[in-house]
Design a protein around this ligand. Structure first.
Ligand code: SAM
Length: 186
């Protein structure tokens, strides 16, 4: 997480992962969580080693650390998060417009659990969440909704995160690719 962040925990809870069809998009939810400044990725209901190995590989090569958990009971996880003082933010196109609630969410320093779905999301999450937040009122994707929400939460500062322990670093180029190993002179 951004070392300057006011939040001890920003976790993403991914609901409804279907191993037969969601490996790629769930991996992308995890990758967005890491790159955009969250420090936990929690998979509800199942464990999928393909997804988690991909995330662990990214952490090994590109650095940073995240809490990774799978197979949790989502409803219990949400209840425990709230009872230990955290707040729950469910991203859904049916919620309140992000522009209207993001300041209140940003100001609160409570640990944040951001919930995203896959298919239909059970009514429990609409009721139990502190905020149901719409990233626009059109259907799109958990990946885009999470990225835009985290960008607004961190006011773009996620771009300055230094991922500790990275083995690789990209040197931006106007054309082509340059990736250096840690230890190389830049
Ligand atoms: N019809 C589904 C439902 O009942 O929520 C939408 C499924 S959508 C493919 C998967 C997830 O993307 C949703 O559960 C939600 O977390 C996220 N999502 C999609 N569009 C969104 C939007 N406009 N605002 C916030 N989240 C959105």
């Amino acid at each position: 997480m951004d070392p300057g962040s006011a939040y001890s925990k920003v976790y993403v809870l991914r609901l409804g992962h279907r191993p037969a069809r969601d490996k790629r998009i769930t991996t992308h939810v995890g990758l967005v969580a890491r790159a955009f400044g969250a420090n936990g990725f929690i998979l509800e209901g199942v464990c999928d080693e393909v997804v988690f190995e991909s995330l662990r590989k990214t952490l090994r090569m590109w650095g940073g650390s995240m809490v990774l958990e799978c197979g949790v009971n989502g409803e219990e996880y949400v209840r425990e998060w709230r009872s230990s003082g955290g707040e729950v933010i469910h991203l859904t196109m049916y919620g309140l417009n992000m522009e209207d609630v993001i300041d209140a969410i940003r100001v609160s320093t409570r640990p944040k659990l951001i919930v995203v779905g896959a298919g239909k999301v059970e009514g429990f999450y609409y009721e139990a969440s502190d905020y149901n937040v719409a990233v626009g009122n059109q259907p799109h994707s958990e990946v885009s909704a999470l990225a835009v929400f985290l960008d607004r939460l961190f006011r773009g500062r996620w771009t300055n995160i230094i991922f500790e322990g990275a083995r690789l670093k990209i040197i931006p180029q106007s054309r082509g690719k340059m990736v250096v190993n840690i230890g190389d002179r830049i």
